[in-house]
Ligand binder design. Structure first.
Ligand SMILES: [Zn+2]
Length: 594
């Protein structure tokens, strides 16, 4: 690790950094827990150690420091993780070092593209305020947006020009980089090469799309034209080094704090819906941008909440994407409520026409997904005939099967049977089967450490000079009598730690399973073990070793007696007496030390 990385690591607080990405709850004097961002789970097995500055998951056994966390969660290289953490801590960046030229080149390109997007966003904003932006301003005002709202979301305007933005940015980067930004388009030429670049967004209202840290990484642009000339209503940035549509949730950067405070996220489909609702004070709102959720987006959301209120467009156009999103969220164990707005209004129109109070009431009155689905099944297949009931049930079964928790499936099945008036034993059985059947995934493998091992692991992991004697004592005992320790499950870790020198304990233990044991011991501790604790742990092992030898001797003595080998017997008895004495002495020292 470079000096700079070391400096950053010393100044960064892993708890604060991790909290920027997911919910954490204080779980002990020194540690916090939350739902693991690296594997699917319903109960938290992910822990962060506030003092030792590492994280560990008891479910998937991922562990590491602040940099490995950021690099995994953001899917960036180590140097980039260092840079991100440094920025979050306000530590100025030195000239960076990269492990490979490719890495350096990509990081450089990303930085450049961020700069270009920032410059483009600022320029679009400027255009909206300028004389050419009149029509766009009128459009936005017509949608109920105030100048403050426009500023908050950095909404801008792309003028009717093929080269205005290009000319503006061409001094900042090479043609190749401009091409890679996605801000420009080009036409394929006769020889198969790409022609010159021109502005992708023209005569459109432009909405920046930000990543979780609030940096602009793409744009979506709405046409102001009507009729044949208009083209697509919305066009978006293409996939670039910065932007992947399936990995971004619109407004998550602004909403994440409110999502955690409210305990749920309000999901809407359109960006305009999202902006409109947010600006009226409901800040835990994010948008899916009209397409079905990806696993990546679900994972992103899961870091902040497992509860969503879904307010999707009830009409057919969005229904399919909405349905898929809800299905995926269900599979991932989200608790889902469905917001239904009367009058078939979308959230934007609803808040504007009925007011934010009415909208909040609708969100509060959202129904559990199960109730909502049963209601839909009843409406779609009305009547009391057996045929209708079967159809209604067939509609519900896949939804029931999708729920990861048996309890929820049981309840759903029960409710469905009741509300649909299903009294046929056969149909009830089918519902019951649906509730029973369900894959269960990754289960937490519990590691078991004895108390003695916990004390030794903690002693060997001591960094505090005040407790140095405890550490030294444990290391010496291991060096002196390795045989006393070798049978322990955590022996490999103990051995490594005993000789770790100044290395960080979590870094020193390379093997994942052993590191998991160490993490388990460290996460449970409130302070380093005192010398007396270490001494009695060492003595307990010594005692066990002597007792083992005694057992062996007793067996040998019994054998010698049977054989009538009195010479051997005398020798063995002598040895046994020595052991008995050693054990007594040991007990005495233990008593003295207490
Ligand atoms: Zn995990």
């Amino acid at each position: 690790m470079s000096d700079f990385a070391q400096t950053v690591k010393q100044q960064a607080d892993i708890v604060k950094i991790v909290e920027g990405y997911m919910r954490l709850r204080k779980a002990g004097a020194q540690n916090y827990t939350g739902l693991c961002p690296f594997h699917k789970e319903k109960t938290p097995s992910f822990s962060v150690h506030a003092v030792r500055q590492f994280y560990h998951c008891f479910g998937c056994h991922e562990s590491g420091d602040v940099f490995s966390f950021v690099s995994k969660v953001e899917n960036v290289t180590f140097p980039e993780a260092v840079r991100i953490v440094a920025q979050k801590c306000g530590i100025p960046l030195p000239k960076r070092e990269f492990s490979s030229p490719e890495e350096a080149a990509e990081a450089k390109l990303r930085m450049k593209l961020l700069d270009l997007h920032e410059a483009a966003a600022a320029w679009f904003e400027e255009q909206l305020r300028g004389p050419e932006g009149t029509l766009a301003r009128e459009y936005l005002a017509g949608r109920g947006l105030t100048p403050e709202g426009i500023r908050a979301f950095r909404i801008g305007f792309a003028p009717d020009s093929f080269n205005a933005l290009r000319d503006r940015l061409s001094g900042m980067a090479s043609q190749e980089t401009l091409r890679a930004s996605g801000l420009f388009a080009s036409k394929e030429q006769g020889d198969g090469t790409q022609g010159p670049i021109y502005d992708r967004f023209r005569k459109r209202v432009v909405f920046p799309i930000a990543n979780e840290s609030g940096r602009v990484i793409a744009f979506t642009a709405r046409t102001l034209e009507t009729g044949d000339k208009a083209g697509a209503k919305y066009i978006n940035s293409p996939e670039t080094v910065l932007y992947s549509k399936g990995s971004v949730l619109f407004n998550l950067d602004k909403a994440k704090t409110a999502v955690r405070q409210a305990g749920f996220a309000l999901l809407v489909e359109g960006q305009m819906d999202c902006i409109s609702v947010y600006l009226r004070g409901i800040q835990n709102v994010i948008a899916t941008s009209g397409t079905a959720f990806t696993e990546h987006q679900v994972a992103l959301l899961k870091r902040h909440t497992s509860n969503v209120a879904v307010n999707f467009d009830p009409d057919a156009a969005g229904a399919n994407a909405a349905e898929k999103s809800i299905a995926l969220l269900t599979e991932e164990g989200f608790a889902i409520k469905i917001v239904a707005l009367d009058g078939g209004l979308d959230p934007d129109r609803y808040v504007r026409e009925r007011g934010v109070e009415a909208y909040m009431a609708a969100v509060r009155g959202a129904r559990r997904q199960a109730d909502y689905l049963i209601e839909r099944a009843r409406a779609a297949f009305p009547g009391a005939s057996a045929e209708q009931k079967v159809k209604a049930m067939n509609f519900l079964l896949p939804h029931i099967r999708r729920m990861p928790e048996k309890l929820a499936r049981d309840q759903f099945a029960l409710d469905a049977a009741q509300k649909l008036g299903i009294d046929s034993a056969v149909l009830r059985e089918e519902l019951r089967q649906a509730a029973l059947r369900r894959r269960d995934h990754v289960e937490t493998k519990t590691t078991s450490l004895t108390e003695v091992e916990r004390v030794l692991l903690r002693a060997l992991a001591i960094n505090d000079p005040e407790f140095e004697e405890s550490r030294r004592m444990a290391a010496q005992a291991i060096a002196a009598e390795p045989a006393h320790f070798e049978h322990l499950g955590s022996w490999p870790a103990l051995q490594v730690l005993a000789g770790r020198g100044a290395a960080d304990p979590m870094d020193a233990v390379g093997e994942a399973a052993q590191r998991a044991l160490l993490a388990e011991a460290l996460l449970a501790e409130t302070r380093p073990p005192a010398e007396t604790e270490v001494r009695s742990a060492i003595q307990e092992l010594e005692e066990r070793a002597i007792e083992g030898q005694q057992r062996e001797l007793r067996a040998q003595i019994a054998e010698a007696e049977q054989r009538g080998d009195f010479g051997g017997l005398a020798l063995l008895t002598q040895q046994k007496l020595k052991l008995d004495l050693a054990l007594r002495n040991l007990h005495r020292t233990v008593a003295d030390s207490l």
